[in-house]
Design a protein around this ligand. Structure first.
Ligand code: ADP
Ligand code: MG
Length: 366
């Protein structure tokens, strides 16, 4: 089912005498297409959880409307929305078995809506099969690993056959390996069920790897929405550019003069169409190319071979970061000698930003 947010806003009232009201969600205006997995991405405190609570009805919006398909659900109570929510701390009932935990939401339904015991069992087994824990139905949560507990929480959200599935940082309590595995699982479950899913995370790599579309937000404001690769390649501002990518984008002070970009005194790129001005320059790590007479000269700090690629760490007086991090072909890296490295830049990987607004400045054909 499609979700539509229209001017959706949540202001938490001030607490205490010195408190100020907090605008956790500021006029969200976007559509979540049917059957897709959306990554809601932003730093801690930017309003991700609040957005989910507004969608499932645990919080009431201060302003704006929410639609499921064509239906206005803004004032619909949570239990009538058909939304499954999985929290970060999956909070299973310790004294109940896996099966009882999964069927708990069904047991809680009003008598008229409650399925028979047999139906509940069938649906619990179906949900458990989806997340591959159907062999563990008689266990108690304490007899499960963290990853298995999280699967029980997902099965519990699926058993009600929700129209929308909301996952609030569902992987953050898992160790690195399980995180990887479980995020693939979530992707698979989402594809198999076709349930419109919103996946909240502050981890850009997690969001980029499994989402059909990402929504990048900060301080309650949506900055950019798009396919992960599109947002990575074509960020609208410096915040988005810096938030996506590991290693992160490198930033330099630069200036444009007579249609060319300068970092320090070095002319590093033609930037046709940009008027003379100071700029922030963002260069993705894969945007550097070693070249004996390259214009950008950096002081070498370290070279780290990582299989096919090599990470070259260096410094530059105009860099706004402690280190300049570049990723280059290991074969090319073999040519590095001495204390300096010289680079030419790949134009598609060099982004310019306004000094005041930090908005993107476009040049050439982008
Ligand atoms: P995130 O999930 O992205 O970390 P939240 O949605 O939890 O962010 O919070 C967004 C902002 O709203 C934060 O500044 C937070 O302190 C504030 N906030 C969240 N819940 C409440 C509440 N119940 N009362 C007052 N302020 C809140
Ligand atoms: Mg949160």
């Amino acid at each position: 089912m499609k979700l539509v947010l229209k001017g959706l806003t949540k202001v938490y009232p001030a607490r205490g005498k010195k408190g100020k009201p907090v605008t956790a969600v500021d006029h969200f205006d976007f559509e979540i297409p049917d059957g897709k997995l959306i990554g809601l991405l932003g730093p801690s405190g930017c309003g991700k959880s609040t957005t989910l609570y507004l969608i499932c009805g645990l919080e009431k919006p201060t302003d704006g409307k929410l639609y499921f398909g064509e239906d206005d659900v803004t004032d619909l109570p949570p239990e009538n929305r058909g939304v499954g929510l999985v929290f970060q701390n999956y909070a299973l009932y310790p004294h109940l078995t896996v099966e009882q935990n999964i069927t708990f939401p069904l047991e809680n339904l009003k008598k008229a809506e409650r399925p028979t015991k047999e139906e509940m069992h069938t649906r619990a087994v179906e949900a458990a099969k989806l997340v591959q824990i159907d062999g563990l139905m008689e266990r108690k949560p304490s007899e499960l690993s963290g990853g298995q507990q999280q699967r029980v929480a997902i099965a519990r959200a699926l058993v009600k056959m929700p129209r929308v599935l909301l996952l609030d940082e569902p992987l953050s309590n898992l160790d690195a390996r399980l995180r990887l595995q479980t995020r693939e699982e979530i992707r698979r479950i989402q594809r198999e069920t076709g349930i419109t899913t919103i996946f909240v995370t502050h981890d850009q790599e997690e969001a980029m790897s499994i989402s059909d579309m990402i929504v990048v937000m900060k301080d309650g404001v949506v900055h950019q929405i798009g396919k992960p690769q599109e947002v990575y390649d074509d960020p609208v501002n410096l915040f988005v550019a810096k938030f996506l990518g590991t290693p992160p984008i490198n930033t330099f002070d630069g200036h444009v003069k007579d249609g060319a970009l300068y970092i320090g005194d070095a002319k590093v790129l033609e930037t046709p169409g940009v008027e003379d001005r100071e700029v922030y320059v963002g260069i993705r790590p894969e945007g550097f190319r070693l070249s004996p007479d390259g214009p950008l000269v950096c002081d070498l700090t370290g070279v780290d071979v990582m299989g096919r690629d090599t990470s070259v760490v260096s410094t530059h007086a105009a860099s706004r970061d402690v280190n300049v991090r570049s990723i280059i072909d290991s074969e090319d890296a073999a040519t590095i000698t001495g204390k300096q490295v010289r680079f030419t830049l790949r134009p598609s990987k060099v982004l310019l930003f306004d000094h005041e607004t930090e908005e993107r400045i476009r040049y050439g054909n982008k």
